[in-house]
Design a protein around this ligand. Structure first.
Ligand SMILES: [Zn+2]
Length: 499
């Protein structure tokens, strides 16, 4: 007897499955001037890669008898398009190790799904097809993805199993990778492939409109869980997709897997229809408006600290990190420069400015032309004259860091792109964001720690490589029509494709 949830067979017999893990995970905006190179990726194999999957050490019952074979994994902070040679190098590393690994039963394909590669459309499908070609039809491939990944028909067809996160901000990353592995083991134990249903849903939504903290995404993902728990269903996923890519696959998708085509098809259609029916309700998770409107709210608010998301240059969605639009506005606000409010600005990418600050030293005056070094940018460098208040060499993510103070504004400058998601990111620079009036962060929706300390928050619709105003970006390769890009409403075909 083999059970559906992959539990150990009742007779105690253990099948010695060999399952390999590998993949490439990056969210790469087609509109960012940044270019993602091999240097941007953290690459791991061996025990380091095993450590990415804590369930392996925990050895739950379902995993008994599985031999885990680490291949190669590369992960990068979101950025601009991946250079063709960088993708080719990572892909061949994975393929070579997969072939050299000896006989495999399955592969856990650990990918994001929003990788823009120069000269290669639908890169994740390309990688999955290459693995399939190298390993043959007998090996089951289970993809674990971010819900901001895109699922083309090509990708849905070539892999055997697919699943993605169910929370945004993502707090179920490890759980999702484990589920993808558990699904794979369950199907291997059953000795048969799951049936799949895929529906392409013509929605192009930024992540900031689809936070699962609020409706309608909250209810939609509750429905995903409910469908996944239904009898005869192995798993269900709703992919929001990636709005800052520029390929035909960039859109939402539903994938449901299970025992028979009728059930998975019906459930997938239900999820797709629910997502489409909610299309007019996907709003921002916070009050959203122009930077000027956000600043006005922040200035008069009694809520401290007041957070403003500088969303267009969010490095964790793929922004370049050196767009000066918001900093220029702050520096042009006399009350802030006079110091009537204490403001933190996180952050600006500019290694030259950090070097100038380091040469001057803490307490010294410094004069720099800040930001806008990666062209083209929507605003020129900012002339900044201030005092170096902190230097932090060799930050593991941002490289050398500097803080330059101008009146009431503390400007964090980094040598490499660095997200500011945690209180510690600030406190290691001697800044306690809880004690500031206004905190401007290059981010979309606030990550959990910042969300917890923000007394109030709004989302500034600023320009940049991940502009939330999608119509401003000028996509050229999307498959139209897409909601909400078309002016008029339309009636899409949401019929599932089943395998
Ligand atoms: Zn994501």
């Amino acid at each position: 007897m083999r059970s559906r949830d992959g539990a150990e067979p009742a007779d105690g017999a253990i099948s010695p499955f060999r399952i390999a893990m590998g993949g490439i995970a990056i969210e790469a905006s087609a509109f960012s001037p940044h270019r993602s190179t091999l240097a941007d990726f953290t690459q791991r194999g061996g025990p380091e890669l095993i450590a990415r999957y804590p369930f392996i050490a925990d050895a739950p019952t379902w995993s008994r008898g599985v031999e885990w074979v680490p291949l190669h994994h590369a992960r990068a902070l979101p950025g601009g398009p991946v250079l063709a040679e960088a993708y080719a190098a990572l892909k061949s590393e994975i393929l070579e190790r997969a072939v050299a690994a000896g006989p495999l039963d399955g592969v856990l394909l650990d990918i994001h799904g929003a990788m823009t590669v120069i000269g290669c459309e639908d890169a994740e499908a390309d990688l999955a097809e290459a693995l399939r070609a190298a390993l043959g039809e007998g090996v089951m491939i289970s993809a674990s993805m971010d819900l901001h990944g895109n699922v083309s028909r090509r990708l849905a067809e070539v892999v055997d199993l697919l699943t993605c996160y169910r929370t945004a901000p993502h707090v179920d990353e490890e759980e999702t990778r484990e589920r993808a592995a558990r699904n794979l083991v369950a199907q291997l134990r059953q000795g048969e492939r799951a049936r799949k249903a895929w529906v392409s849903v013509p929605l192009l939504l930024p992540g900031e409109r689809t936070s699962t903290r609020v409706e309608p995404a909250k209810g939609l993902y509750a429905m995903v869980r409910e469908v996944a728990g239904h009898d005869g269903i192995l798993d269900a996923s709703f992919f929001v997709g990636y709005a800052w890519g520029d390929e035909a696959r960039c859109r939402a998708a539903v994938v449901v897997m299970g025992k028979d085509v009728e059930t998975v098809g019906a459930k997938a259609a239900r999820l797709a229809q629910a997502a489409w029916a909610a299309r007019h309700d996907f709003g921002f998770a916070a009050w959203a408006g122009s930077l000027d409107a956000c600043l006005e709210r922040a200035m008069v608010s009694a809520s401290r600290p007041f957070f403003i998301s500088d969303s267009g240059d969010n490095p964790t969605a793929g922004g370049a990190g050196d767009v000066t639009f918001s900093l220029a506005r702050l520096l042009a606000t006399p009350e802030l420069v006079r110091g009537t409010r204490r403001v933190v600005y996180a952050s600006m990418l500019d290694p030259e400015a950090v070097a100038a600050a380091a040469a001057a030293g803490v307490g010294a005056a410094v004069r720099v032309g800040l930001g806008a070094k990666l062209l083209p940018t929507p605003a020129p460098p900012v002339a900044l004259e201030g005092t170096v208040t902190c230097l932090r060499p060799n930050d593991p993510v941002g490289g050398d860091l500097a803080v330059i103070g101008v009146g009431g504004i503390e400007v964090i400058v980094t040598s490499r792109r660095k997200p500011y998601h945690k209180v510690a990111d600030f406190s290691e620079l001697g800044i306690d964001p809880r004690e500031r009036d206004i905190v401007v962060v290059k981010i979309g929706y606030l990550e959990p720690e910042l969300h917890a300390i923000a007394a109030d928050w709004c989302l500034a619709l600023t320009p940049g490589g991940v502009d939330q105003d999608l119509a401003r970006l000028g996509h050229r390769h999307l498959a139209r029509p897409l909601f909400p890009l078309e002016g008029a409403d339309f009636d899409p075909d949401l019929t599932p494709v089943c395998w």
